[in-house]
Design a protein around this ligand. Structure first.
Ligand code: IDP
Ligand code: MG
Length: 145
């Protein structure tokens, strides 16, 4: 299996409820390793640019409002098959449809306030990682555990 990197965001509902540590623990326990990480508060322009593919969707305006409502953690996760694995660990967009044990099943409040973002393809992961991190801000390391 190929080692990949993918973009993950802990959304405002995660940060404001004090769930950063719990959510990071799930990723680490399941084998996804953070190799870049930053707490930030997205500007409207940053959020609109990041979610540009959704700009025609009815929920776009509310999504940008939510994503700029408070700080988020942006991070790069590395691991075998990291893009698909992250999506699996996150669970379905709507927590009502998310599988047991997934982050969204465990923590999400609604289809909008769904705790985490994750890149949905290897190509998008490259674009999304580069949206937030230079290569010099990403630091690979070996786990000793
Ligand atoms: P994903 O995050 O599972 O990839 P997308 O379809 O890419 O889901 O949607 C991006 C984000 O937009 C979702 O994570 C969620 O926060 C929000 N969203 C998606 N669909 C809806 C909706 O029907 N109503 C409100 N917000 C939505
Ligand atoms: Mg998506």
């Amino acid at each position: 299996m190929a080692t990949e990197r993918t973009l993950s965001i802990l959304k405002p509902d995660c940060v404001e409820r004090g769930l950063i540590g719990k959510v990071l623990a799930v990723f680490e326990e399941k084998g996804l390793k953070p190799v870049a990480m930053r707490l930030t508060h997205l500007s409207q322009a940053e959020a609109e640019g990041f979610y540009a593919v959704h700009r025609e969707r009815p929920f776009f305006k509310d999504l940008v409002k939510f994503m700029t409502s408070g700080p988020v953690v942006v991070q790069v996760l590395e691991g075998d098959n990291a893009v698909a694995k992250n999506r699996e660990i996150m669970g379905a967009t709507n927590p009502a449809n998310a599988a047991p044990g997934t982050i969204r099943k465990l923590f999400a409040q609604s289809i909008e306030r769904n705790t985490v973002h994750g890149s949905d393809s290897v190509d998008n992961a490259k674009v999304e990682v580069a949206y937030f991190f230079r290569s010099t801000e990403q630091h690979g390391y070996e786990w000793k555990r």
